[in-house]
Each structure stands twice: as structure tokens, then as C-alpha cells.
Write a protein that binds this ligand. Structure first.
Ligand SMILES: NC(=O)c1ccc[n+]([C@@H]2O[C@H](COP(=O)([O-])OP(=O)(O)OC[C@H]3O[C@@H](n4cnc5c(N)ncnc54)[C@H](OP(=O)(O)O)[C@@H]3O)[C@@H](O)[C@H]2O)c1
Length: 319
């Protein structure tokens, strides 16, 4: 069984790490750990107020100042304009991005739409991150990275196993199941992460090595706000009680749940790997490299999703 912990992360002085959803749960913990190792962490959050509060908490816990730096910026993944403005701001102020953690997400909420008219779980969890990664491609390309490569780390979930692609209704206009939509958004995260790695590999074969690795991960069952937001949006007070109890009994601490993301970002893991907890049913414990379900490695679905995402977001990768 793996015993890897965040203590084994290398120093990250001089590195720039972007974390989406950095104000809460796994993003918050990741920000704390990266900054403790000396990185400049760009906290890409939809609420600057909540992000500044989180940054204050991280600094206070560290005794007043972190080893690295915290840079709070607005990035609402439910708005392609917000994602583009965030990326423009970063390009103006930074020369390179060494690690991008595509972490933010929403789970099993009632059907709603993003500013651009996409179903919110698909739009935020997948399309927002697809657009963000594409916009940041040049900054990733310019980075020295970690172990020679910049990293794109995409946070999926064991729930990808419940996901099914239906390219005739990606935005759930015909019918909507909130858990099915969550599963599909998390399967989309994996199809994207592996397709990105294949395209990077192909560029490498043609001698145009962008020096970027794409790695996927999932945190197991971790006690965060994710489940509480699901309950709050359901409008069912009993669900809130149930989710809180389940989190308390089954959820692991965010300090452990974040380890797969940290491992994917900083160890010499292969591009295209899937990092998950190595303990009970891959829902708990320290990180290990595993395998996601067969559907997530379907190349035809990955190609179709990439083409749809390019058109839907109007973001082209040079791959
Ligand atoms: N916790 C688990 O057991 C578990 C299991 C499997 C996978 N995951 C995955 O882990 C990731 C992180 O979740 P978490 O557990 O840390 O939950 P969390 O505590 O609820 O954090 C989610 C983060 O995403 C942000 N977010 C939501 N919508 C956004 C948007 N439109 N634009 C930008 N940011 C947005 C939230 O911002 P606000 O605070 O402003 O809402 C929050 O910072 C998610 O991708 C989730 O699917 C979690």
C-alpha cells in the first residue's frame, strides 16, 4: 500500500501553480501545500471574496505568511468570457505556468445553464477547464515545469464509472439526471486528460515537444463542501443531514484526499496516468497509479468530445 504524503513533495520555489476552485475543499488544501513548498499559487476562483478569505486562512495557519505566494484571481468556469479574461490577465503578469490543476467542480445539482448556455455540470467541470487549458497552453509550453515538463492535472472522480457519453444530447436538453450528468462530466474530464496526453505525445513524435504532461486523478471520498452544496441545492433538508453524516463517517480528510492531485503534479508520474487513493475500494488512502474504466480510454469518444469542445468554446489548441 502506498505511503506517499505531501511531505515528499519537492521544493517548488520559483514555480507557478494555478489551482481552480482554490478557496474550498481539495483546491484549498492543494493551495496550502503548494504554497508551503515555496510555489506561487494562483487561486483561480469564481468569488474573489471567498478566495481572499481562504488566502487569509492559509496565511494565518502558516503563522502569518506562506513560504511561497498566493495570488487571488477571478475565474468563473461557468463563463467563457471570465475564463478568457483570467487567462489574459495571467499572460500579462506571468511568463510561464508550471502546473495547472483543473480541480473546481460541482456535483449533482438541479439542471441549470452556464452563461454560455451549457448544462452547468458539463459546462463547469469539463468545458470551462477545456477552455482554460487551451488559453494557458502557451504559458505551460513556456514553463520549465517539474521534472522537465509542465503539468496539466485534471481532477476526475470514481463517479466517472457511472458516466455515459451521448453526443446527441451533451447538454441534457432532452432529459436530465443530476447524478448521470455528474458521472458524464467526470468521464469527460478523463477523456479530455487522456486525449490531451495523446496529442502532446504526437507533437513530441513530430519534434515539436511542448514539454507538457497531462495527468488525471481522483480524490476518493473526501469530506468537503461538494456534498453539502449538492444537498443545499436539492432543497431537501434531510439530504443535508444525510450528507453531513455520510461525510463524517465515510469521508477522508481533505489533507489526504488532495494527495492524488499533489502526486500527479509533482512526482515523476507518466503522462496519461490516473492517480487514485490506494486504500479501500480506491476511495481512501494515499495515492497510487491505477486505471480508470474502459470507457475513459475510448479514443473515438475522446476525439468527438475534443472536436465538440473546440467548437463549443471556440478555443483551439496548437495540437
Ligand atoms: N470530495 C469528494 O469526495 C470528491 C470525490 C470525487 C471527485 N471530487 C472532485 O474534486 C473537485 C473539488 O471538489 P471538492 O470536493 O473540493 O468540493 P468543494 O469543497 O465544493 O470545492 C469545489 C470548488 O469548485 C469551485 N467552483 C464551483 N463552481 C465553479 C465555477 N463556476 N467556477 C469556478 N469555480 C467553481 C467552488 O467554488 P465556490 O466555493 O465559490 O462554490 C469550490 O472552490 C471537484 O472536481 C469534484 O468533482 C471530489
Amino acid at each position: 500500500m502506498s505511503e506517499w504524503t505531501a511531505d515528499e513533495m519537492p521544493r517548488l520555489d520559483g514555480k507557478t501553480v494555478v489551482v481552480t476552485g482554490a478557496n474550498s475543499g481539495l483546491g484549498f488544501e492543494g493551495t496550502r501545500e503548494f504554497a508551503a513548498k515555496g510555489a506561487t499559487v494562483v487561486m483561480a476562483c469564481r468569488s474573489v471574496e471567498r478566495a481572499e478569505e481562504a488566502a487569509r486562512e492559509i496565511r494565518a495557519d502558516a503563522g502569518g505568511e506562506v513560504d511561497g505566494e498566493l495570488d487571488v484571481r477571478e475565474c468563473d468556469l461557468a463563463s467563457l468570457d471570465s475564463v478568457a479574461s483570467f487567462a489574459d490577465g495571467l499572460a500579462a503578469d506571468y511568463d510561464a505556468v508550471d502546473v495547472l490543476c483543473n480541480n473546481a467542480g460541482v456535483m449533482a445539482i438541479p439542471r441549470s445553464e452556464t452563461e454560455d448556455g451549457f448544462e452547468t455540470q458539463f459546462g463547469v467541470n469539463h468545458l470551462g477547464h477545456f477552455a482554460l487549458t487551451g488559453h494557458l497552453f502557451d504559458l505551460l509550453d513556456a514553463a520549465e515545469g517539474i521534472g522537465g515538463d509542465a503539468r496539466v492535472v485534471t481532477q476526475s472522480s470514481g463517479a466517472h464509472e457511472q458516466g455515459e457519453m451521448d453526443f446527441s444530447d451533451l447538454n441534457w436538453e432532452r432529459s436530465y439526471g443530476k447524478w448521470k450528468a455528474y458521472g458524464r462530466s467526470k468521464l469527460s474530464n478523463l477523456l479530455f486528460a487522456y486525449e490531451l496526453e495523446r496529442r502532446l505525445d504526437a507533437a513530441d513524435d513530430e519534434g515539436e515537444d511542448p514539454g507538457i504532461r497531462s495527468v488525471a486523478c481522483h480524490p476518493g471520498y473526501t469530506d468537503t463542501n461538494l456534498q453539502l452544496r449538492t444537498a443545499a441545492e436539492s432543497g431537501n433538508p434531510l439530504m443535508k443531514v444525510g450528507m453531513k453524516a455520510a461525510n463524517a463517517v465515510l469521508g477522508q480528510e481533505p489533507e489526504i484526499g488532495v494527495e492524488p492531485m499533489l502526486f500527479a503534479a509533482t512526482t515523476d508520474v507518466d503522462g496519461g496516468a490516473y492517480v487514485e487513493p490506494g486504500g479501500l475500494m480506491n476511495m481512501r488512502g494515499h495515492p497510487t497509479v491505477g486505471r480508470s474504466n474502459d470507457a475513459s480510454y475510448d479514443r473515438e469518444d475522446a476525439r468527438k468530445l475534443w472536436e465538440y469542445s473546440t467548437e463549443a468554446t471556440d478555443v483551439e489548441y496548437p495540437l
